[in-house]
Design a protein around this ligand. Structure first.
Ligand code: V3L
Length: 85
């Protein structure tokens, strides 16, 4: 986002950055004070819970990952599943 923050979801041993558009959508919801934000990932609906800081696939509670808002400059695995070195 324009103030240098991004949104991340948890991988096995590190954090993945959300794709830019999704990160912006989550940031907009966060700035509005929304409790949650609905996103679409590869055709599946996920709910980002902005109070618990988790994302969960709709109707599949086992598919739950932590999320965080952090600086765009932190070490990360990549963006939306695309690895960076
Ligand atoms: N954006 C992109 N892909 C996602 C997202 C998202 N917000 N949420 C889940 N997936 P689940 P390591 C991740 C993918 O939670 O080696 C990473 O992006 C998710 O992809 O059970 O464990 C990597 O591509 C997974 O493939 O609904 O760090 C991959 O895991 C699939 O949706 C491996 O990462 C099911 O996730």
């Amino acid at each position: 986002t324009e103030d240098g923050y991004q949104w991340y979801y948890e991988g096995r041993n590190g954090w993945w950055q959300y794709d830019d558009r999704t990160s912006q959508d989550i940031e907009d919801a966060f700035k509005k004070g929304d409790k949650s934000c609905t996103i679409l990932v590869a055709g599946y609906v996920y709910i980002v819970d902005l109070e618990q800081l988790v994302q969960q696939r709709q109707n599949e509670p086992t598919r739950c990952r932590r999320v965080k808002r952090d600086l765009a400059t932190i070490p990360k695995k990549g963006v939306a599943g695309l690895r960076i070195e």
